[in-house]
Design a protein around this ligand. Structure first.
Ligand SMILES: [Zn+2]
Length: 170
């Protein structure tokens, strides 16, 4: 547990910059049918990524446009359920009764076989202090899948630090 005193801090206003913003209205047209194979795979508890033929980058979750070379990836590739923590940060939640700030890890996972990362949740039992870059993780599926990214309940540690602690104390 981490005790933090800075949870809410008042910042002194230093200066203002008056100005006018001209904002136009935008409309997004998002073609979900292109992602249908991805969503169907999730429903079956399978993972697929989109591979760019131009630069071989595999994106997971799939992207409509390759972030590296800006072409349209169109080749579906199977991915494993495992991955690594590419980076992580902490969400601090203040316990209203004790005033203590508890750190909950938020992780960016790179799925094995993919080149991109995405923000997701780690097993809530894993402590922030035990998370590290390169930590191997594995998907924990929800029991009832619906065909969207929420079918991934969270990522579990393959090398479970809580299990290690248990075995040491026994
Ligand atoms: Zn590309």
């Amino acid at each position: 547990m981490v005790r933090l005193e800075y949870i809410k801090k008042e910042y002194e206003k230093t200066r203002q910059m008056p100005g006018k913003w001209y904002l136009t209205s935008c409309r997004y047209k998002f073609n979900i049918t292109r992602f249908q194979p991805f969503l169907s795979a999730l429903k079956e508890k399978r993972l697929i990524g989109l591979k760019c033929r131009s630069c071989n980058t595999v994106s997971f979750p799939p992207k409509l446009v390759c972030g590296k070379c800006l072409t349209r990836p169109d080749q579906w590739v199977s991915l494993r359920e495992t991955g690594i923590v590419a980076t992580f940060t902490a969400n601090y939640m203040k316990d209203e009764t004790t005033g203590e700030a508890n750190a909950f890890p938020v992780i960016a996972v790179r799925q094995d076989g993919a080149d991109t990362t995405y923000l997701t949740q780690l097993n809530p039992k894993v402590k922030f202090e035990d998370v590290y870059v390169g930590m191997p993780v594995k998907i924990k599926w929800k029991d009832n899948t619906e065909g969207n990214l929420n079918d991934i309940d969270y990522y579990d540690c393959i090398d479970d630090p809580t299990q290690k602690m248990d075995s040491l104390t026994k």
